[in-house]
Design a protein around this ligand. Structure first.
Ligand SMILES: Cc1cc2nc3c(=O)[nH]c(=O)nc-3n(C[C@H](O)[C@H](O)[C@H](O)COP(=O)(O)O)c2cc1C
Length: 442
């Protein structure tokens, strides 16, 4: 795939450049070109850092773009210096994830112009969430910009940018997406997160006052040509006009249909696995020894064991194979203390866990009224059991916490921890331990 990654660098952000380059260097597939455009004299990218960056990333070009202007203009300078078929923005203080380009490559086809990708948002508290690709992305949806968001990290064809570069303004993400939608470009979806977006206290998107925010809203309304009051009506009318629109696939529906299709054409082609007596004994030993652990030491669960636990969660079976319950990792002391307050079953101990995993069901997947009351909880139960068993095998203590939150805490809990359209199905506390709790009932 002929893809170039670009970033702009000003106001001391050069201090992040080496980390940015190292992340790109770890990419499973390398981009053809990488560009950093520097602005002003205070960019912070010293000769020493530049040399190190070029060492880890030989295809890196560092260009001087003159004085700091605005985001849109500066991005245009950087893209102007990047001569690849596909272009991707990764902000200099964010991180490209290793599989991103491999995922993009699957969509490098003639009928695709933009690869809408999910990303991980790392909040200032250290909590994380995955920002998924919207499930519809037609012209009308994007014009209703308050409810839809296209990740600015989504790669696009350079030819699109040539026709309509970034808008000459400080907040060009929405205008850029509007233009793509207006031009009716063809979108593909990557629902695996491709970038880690790291928020910081004074990051560009966080420093707006209320007045500045209103001014931006006004600017965007002007750009879309609709006022706030007309937005919803406009959107509905537009939807009616579009004969189906350019619908983004609903990933859960796709998985569901694939599953139904596979069931119809059921065939058995793979041989039975043979397990040795020792392997079978190990499985039973793990099931037998597993227990709920609520007393933890201060040790941090290392990355390998955490990966093992997340892998186990992903291997759980799910209703119609929709895999709609996702584990959300909570690791900061502040968030853990808040959860201790909210989760009735974790009172008095859960804040001492090293990590709390919230099991969140994406309600988009549970369409039928018949299943919304129970299916997500069943799915979550299977995920939880896999985590319990992997935890036992890896020496990580785990305890499930039921989803009970007091009525009076519900609003605060949901606004802090539960993304829109999701439902909380329970949590798991995880941590290392010195001694085990006695097994229940023994
Ligand atoms: C659906 C479910 C809900 C649970 N909720 C809680 C809880 O809120 N708080 C807690 O400390 N343990 C909770 N547990 C852990 C149980 O208390 C524990 O599994 C049970 O006592 C058996 O002990 P063992 O896990 O050590 O075998 C829950 C377990 C399950 C399966």
């Amino acid at each position: 795939m002929d893809i170039g990654i670009f970033s702009i660098c000003y106001s001391g952000y050069g201090r992040f450049a080496l980390r940015w380059c190292e992340a790109i260097a770890r990419s499973a597939i390398q981009p053809t070109q990488v560009t950093i455009a520097l602005f002003g004299c205070e960019h912070g990218l010293t000769d020493e850092i530049s040399a190190k960056c070029k060492e880890v990333l030989p295809q890196l070009r560092i260009v001087h773009g003159g004085e700091r202007t605005n985001m849109g203009e500066m991005r245009n300078v950087a893209v102007g210096e990047t001569h690849t078929e596909w272009i991707q923005l990764v902000s200099i203080d964010d991180i490209l994830l290793p599989n991103a380009i491999r995922e993009f490559e699957k969509h490098d086809k003639e009928d695709v112009d933009v690869i809408a990708c999910a990303y991980i948002e790392e909040m200032i508290s250290g909590a994380e969430r995955i920002l998924e690709v919207p499930n519809t992305f037609d012209r009308a949806a994007i014009l209703n910009w308050r409810h839809y968001w296209l990740s600015p990290f989504s790669p696009f064809r350079r030819s699109l940018w040539e026709e309509r570069p970034y808008a000459d303004c400080e907040y060009p993400n929405y205008p850029f997406a509007f233009d793509l939608a207006r031009d009716g470009v063809k979108f593909a979806v990557v629902d695996e997160p491709c970038v880690r977006y790291i928020r910081r206290a004074r990051s560009h998107s966080k420093i707006k006052t209320k007045e500045e925010y209103s001014a931006i809203e006004e600017m965007l309304d002007e750009y879309t040509g609709i006022s706030k009051n007309d937005a919803i009506r406009y959107w509905q009318d537009e939807l009616k006009k579009l004969d189906g629109g350019k619908k983004m696939p609903d990933i859960y529906q796709e998985r569901y249909l694939k599953h139904q299709e596979a069931k119809k054409n059921r065939s058995a082609t793979e041989p039975r696995n043979e397990y040795s007596d020792k392997e079978i004994m190990t499985l039973f030993k793990i099931m037998h020894n597993r227990r709920s652990q609520r007393i933890f030491n201060d040790e941090v669960i290392d990355g390998d064991r955490m990966n093992g636990i997340m892998k186990a969660a992903a291997l759980a079976p799910s209703s119609c194979n929709r895999r709609a319950v996702r584990p959300q990792i909570i690791s900061t002391n502040k968030s853990k203390s808040e959860l201790e307050k909210f989760l009735v079953g974790g009172k008095g101990w859960i804040d001492k866990a090293n990590i709390i995993i919230l099991l969140l069901a994406d309600m988009l997947a549970y369409k039928s009224q018949n299943e919304v009351d129970f299916m997500l909880y069943l799915d979550a139960g299977f995920v939880a059991q896999n985590i319990y068993l992997a935890g036992e095998a890896l020496g990580v203590g785990a305890c499930f916490v039921n989803p009970n939150v007091r009525e009076e805490d519900m609003y605060e809990f949901s606004s802090l921890f539960i993304p829109k359209g999701h439902r909380f199905c329970g949590a798991l506390a995880l941590g290392c331990y010195d001694l085990r709790e006695a097994k229940s009932g023994e």
